[in-house]
Design a protein around this ligand. Structure first.
Ligand SMILES: Nc1ncnc2c1ncn2[C@@H]1O[C@H](COP(=O)(O)OP(=O)(O)O)[C@@H](O)[C@H]1O
Ligand SMILES: [Mg+2]
Length: 304
């Protein structure tokens, strides 16, 4: 754990020196250090500046030049991605989106990570539903990035025929334009079709943070959603936390134990802005396939 802690501290310092968003425990971690430059311009301020300098919609033009996804609602619904077209099925995710946007706006956060204790809790399903729900908010430009590079699945769920590998962009081996896809006007998706050789090294590399910053600066999304690896399988997520502003933990009713959820929630709360636990796979609505997402802001327990 000493290694992880020192890697996180190093990455956190790097990010702040680059102008990254402030984290709540920075004064403790940086005690005794030289004064830092002002934090990265985030949220409203950055958007206002960009829009003033960009009256003709440079961002719209840049985004419009990316390959467009043509998704079929029925195909996605079979994979439990129900937020593409709105309606009652999407309501849970729309409520979650609205809560999330309020928290992110008021704190000037832009990057949210979605993780879980173990695999198959529903991270990718939630990340896609949240992304499509965000996309129906016409004034919000969002980007979804696949970072569960040991078990990538966005490509599969979306039924993509052409392999895109956003991990190559993070490795510095490709331009983002080659691996980003666009849904509608205001959602970009960076899938990685194949497993990556060294996911831990990639997620922990300081250079990866720089690449992510460069992508953010170029495409200027209002919200970035990261589909992360599970926390109890590797230290990839913990090591990457410094790159994000806030995090949601997905637990699966019936398979995640209280001990796992508690351990992950405590780790997350100690290291970043922890938004809460989403309890997935609750079968209390209309039978076995029903969704059961609860979203407990900043807390967790049997009620969520
Ligand atoms: N609410 C839910 N109810 C039932 N099955 C679900 C639910 N959410 C996700 N699943 C299914 O669980 C499996 C794992 O989900 P996935 O989102 O890929 O998990 P992760 O990304 O955490 O590994 C998938 O087959 C998915 O369709
Ligand atoms: Mg997944």
């Amino acid at each position: 754990m000493d290694f992880i802690q020192s890697a996180i501290e190093k990455a956190r310092r790097e990010r702040q020196l680059r102008g990254g968003a402030a984290q709540p425990d920075q004064s403790v971690l940086l005690e005794g250090d030289a004064p830092l430059p002002p934090p990265r311009r985030t949220g409203d301020a950055a958007q206002a500046t960009r829009r003033a300098a960009d009256p003709i919609g440079e961002r719209d033009a840049l985004w419009a030049g990316l390959p467009e996804l043509h998704l079929r609602r029925e195909d996605l619904e079979r994979q439990r991605v129900v937020a593409l077209g709105g309606g009652s099925e999407a309501a849970t995710f729309d409520i979650m989106r609205t809560k999330l946007l309020q928290q992110m706006r008021s704190n000037k956060w832009r990057r949210v990570a979605i993780t879980s204790p173990t695999a198959a809790c529903g991270k990718t399903t939630l990340a896609l539903n949240l992304a499509f729900s965000l996309a129906r908010q016409r004034d919000i430009y969002s980007m979804l990035v696949e970072l569960d590079l040991r078990r990538p699945s966005i490509s599969k769920v979306l039924g993509l025929r052409e392999a895109r590998q956003f991990a190559k962009v993070l490795e510095g081996n490709a331009a983002p334009e080659e691996h980003l896809l666009r849904h509608g006007r205001n959602l970009l998706i960076g899938p990685s079709a194949h497993r990556t050789a060294d996911p831990a090294e990639l997620l922990q590399a300081v250079e990866t943070g720089r690449m992510m910053d460069a992508v953010e600066t170029r495409f200027a999304p209002d919200v970035m959603v990261f589909d992360m690896p599970p926390m109890l399988v590797s230290d990839d997520t913990l090591a990457f936390l410094d790159q994000i502003d806030c995090v949601l933990l997905v637990a699966a009713a019936g398979s995640s134990t209280m001990a796992e959820v508690t351990r992950c929630a405590e780790d997350l709360a100690a290291r970043c802005n922890f938004l809460g636990v989403v309890l997935n796979k609750c079968r209390y609505l209309d039978g076995d396939d029903a969704y059961g997402y609860g979203y407990g802001p900043g807390s967790y327990g049997p009620g969520y």
